[in-house]
Every structure is written in C-alpha cells, then in structure tokens.
Write a protein that binds this ligand. Structure first.
Ligand code: NAD
Length: 371
C-alpha cells in the first residue's frame, strides 16, 4: 500500500516557537514511523524571524509555499525587540497577511477541559469538568479588516481613530456553514453570538444565519445570544454551549475568555480553514493560541501541548486521520494524568519537566497505546 505524502509548511516564528515546533516534530516523526503517513516538510520564516532576514514579516515566496501545502503548521510570532517597528513591518502583520491571503475565514478554537487539569481552571472544577465547546470565529472580516479605517488629526489638535465593522452575506454564510457542519458532527447545537440590538452589521449577521439554518440546517438546534450575555453565560454555565459562532472581534475576546477555563494558554490549539476548492483541497493553518512568550523563550520550559494539539487538529481536519488524532488526544490525557507537567500547569508536589521531556513522554505513551 502506498503511503500518502502530505506537504506541510512549518513556520516556527519567534520566541518559544522553535522550542515547541521541535517538540512537535518529534511527535510527527513518530506518526511517520508508523508508516501511515509521510510528511514532506518545508521550513519557512514568519514574524520577527522573517523581518530579521528579509526586512518584512512575511515574503511572497512564503505565501506561495503556504498555498502549495496541504497544511501550514505555525508556532508563534512577536517579541519586544519588534515593538517599535512601523505598524506594517510588525510580526503580527505577517500573520494577519497570511490568514488573509490564504482566505482563512473560519477560526476553530476548541475549549476542552481534560479531567486531569480541571483543578487548574480559573473557574470551580465542577463548572468546567468535562467541558468541550468549539468556538468558530470569523477571521478575515469585521472591524479588523473593514474600510475605511485610520487615524486623523482634527483641527483642534486632537486625534480621531476609526474602524469599520461590516459583514456581507457571503462572508457570513461561508463561516456559518462551517460552524453548522461542525455542530452536525458534534451535539447538533449552535449558538450564534452578535450584538443585533445595537449594530447593523449584527442585524445582517443574525438574518443570514437564520436563513441558512432554515434552508440547509434545520436538524441543528440554533439559538442567538448577545455578546455581553454570552460573556456572562460562559463564566456562569459554560457547559450549556456546544458550538459558538461569532464574528471576528467578539470571537477574539470570547475565545480568550473560554481559553482560561482550560487552565493554561500553553494547552490551547486552533485551526483556521478556508473554502473547499473544486479539487477538494482546503487551505488550512494550525497554530497554538499562545504568543511567543518572550519571558520564557530559550529556557526549554515552554509547554508544547498547544502546538502538539494543533498538529492533532491538522490530522483530523486536513489529513483525514481522525483515529490518529484521537490517539494523540488520549496520549496527552494519559501523560497529564500521570502527573507529567510543564511549569505552567504544575500542581503542588509535582516536578516540572522540560519542553522536550514532555514531547518524549507523549511519544512514549503513543508507542504504548499503539501496541
Ligand atoms: P504570550 O501568549 O506570549 O504569553 C502570555 C503568558 O503565557 C506569558 O507569561 C508566557 O510565558 C505564558 N505562556 C504562553 N505560552 C506558553 C507556553 N506554551 N508554555 C508556558 N507558558 C506559556 O502573550 P504576550 O506575553 O501577551 O505576548 C508576547 C508576544 O507574543 C507579543 O509580541 C505578542 O504580540 C505576541 N503574540 C503572538 C501571538 C501569535 O503568534 N498568534 C498571539 C498572542 C501574542
């Protein structure tokens, strides 16, 4: 039987990026060693690492490589040494441009509380034990990209900054469709979050989601919630949600809020997906939610699990390897249950392990489970 070859672009970026990517590569190597997949990995630069070499945070060449890959695996970007660069040259611009050029309109952020980490949540363990929600955030529209935008000097010497939040039918439909499809594979419940009592962009959002529901997804239980109420409900009874669908700015905030329930930024993966092309290919980028953690970079102590889980999402959503993704989840849970922890998720009485030791523990567990 021929082994499928998957083209992966690996972008380690800045700060702890190289450390967590190296750890993830060990896990990828193990999956290759099973003979079920072969990865053809190209390494590229993004963020400050790209600026240092090319004087831009992302080159056209890297974008081309991203487009030619089955999936992009990215660690994190940024660092204090780049904070004084002009806006267009900052590391974040590289990431925003990559998402935009790849047309990644649906950002999937699972908030899952593993039993072993329920006590690490900022909420009471009972409220979050068993939590498994998926936030689908629209990623390339809304206030972050809307025009006009800018900062103007006023005649009285003051300044005025302004942005535009706008959503058109097709932008809403494509991300809503992605969310409905996910809900269909989960518990068939979708909560669409907006601010339709105040914002016209939200009025259109709510109408379009409702229309699509009626036309194509009547089997899914759809509810609508205002974003302020959703923020409150998420900390009150988070387990009431299955899939949450929302626009860019609201999703940015709500997904960070939900992430803290799971214990540590070092645990949180994400996937960003584009449209499915006629040949079945779908642009996809997988990255942890955390940043470059300059405070711990280079020390070998970063938690690689968010990056490794992002690779797990890649197995599931881009490579059609759902069983392998489940195996990886199980290995991570077992390792955590055995008390093997990096410093960010340590509990009293445990000794923190290094980034590489965590990766080695996951690989050892995978070997055991696969026997
Ligand atoms: P951060 O996520 O880098 O760090 C916040 C805190 O969480 C720090 O104390 C850090 O040590 C800790 N942390 C983060 N990831 C960890 C991990 N894997 N293991 C253990 N601890 C971890 O956020 P920040 O400090 O606000 O930002 C630092 C830089 O990262 C900035 O330049 C920012 O712009 C950038 N950033 C990038 C992304 C991204 O690449 N997607 C996201 C957020 C921030």
């Amino acid at each position: 039987m021929s082994v499928p070859v998957r083209k992966i672009l690996s972008l380690a970026g800045d700060g702890i990026g190289t450390e967590v990517m190296t750890a993830t590569r060990r896990v990828m190597d193990w999956f290759q060693s099973t003979g079920r997949v072969k990865f053809e990995i190209t390494e590229g630069l993004i963020g400050g690492a790209s600026y240092d070499v090319h004087k831009v945070p992302l080159t056209d060449d890297t974008i081309k490589q991203a487009m030619a890959s089955d999936a992009v695996l990215l660690a994190c970007i940024g660092g204090p040494q780049y904070d004084t660069l002009p806006y267009e040259l900052r590391p974040e611009r590289g990431l925003l441009r990559l998402r935009k050029e790849m047309g990644l309109f649906a950002n999937l952020r699972p908030a899952i509380v593993m039993d072993a980490l329920a006590a690490a949540s900022s909420l009471k363990a009972d409220l979050v034990r068993g939590l498994d929600i998926m936030i689908v955030r629209e990623l390339i529209g809304g206030a972050y990209f809307g025009e006009p935008r800018g900062i103007e000097n006023l005649p009285n010497g003051a300044r005025r900054g302004y942005n535009t939040m706008a959503y058109a039918t097709h932008e809403i439909q494509r991300v809503a469709r992605a969310a409905f499809e996910l809900a269909r594979k989960r518990n068939k419940r979708l909560c669409s979050v907006d601010k339709a009592n105040v914002l016209e962009a939200s009025v259109v959002w709510r109408d379009e989601v409702t229309k699509l529901h009626k036309a194509e997804y009547a089997d899914i239980e759809l509810s609508h919630m205002y974003v302020d109420n959703c923020a409150m409900q998420l900390v009150r009874t988070p387990k009431q949600f299955d899939v949450i669908l929302t626009e860019n700015l609201f999703g940015d905030i709500l997904s960070d809020l939900a992430s803290m329930m799971t214990g540590s930024l070092g645990m949180l993966p994400s996937a960003s997906l584009g449209a499915v092309a006629a040949d079945g290919r779908q642009a996809a980028l997988y990255e942890p939610v955390h940043g470059s953690a300059p405070d711990i970079a280079g020390k070998g102590i970063a938690n690689p699990l968010a990056m490794i889980s992002s690779f797990g999402m890649m197995l599931k959503y881009s490579l059609g390897m759902g069983a392998e993704a489940d195996l990886l989840d199980k290995a991570m849970q077992n390792v955590l249950s055995a008390g093997i922890r990096t410093g960010d998720i340590i509990e009293p009485g445990q000794t923190p392990v290094s980034t590489n030791a965590m990766a080695d523990a996951i690989v050892a567990e995978l070997k055991k489970l696969a026997k």
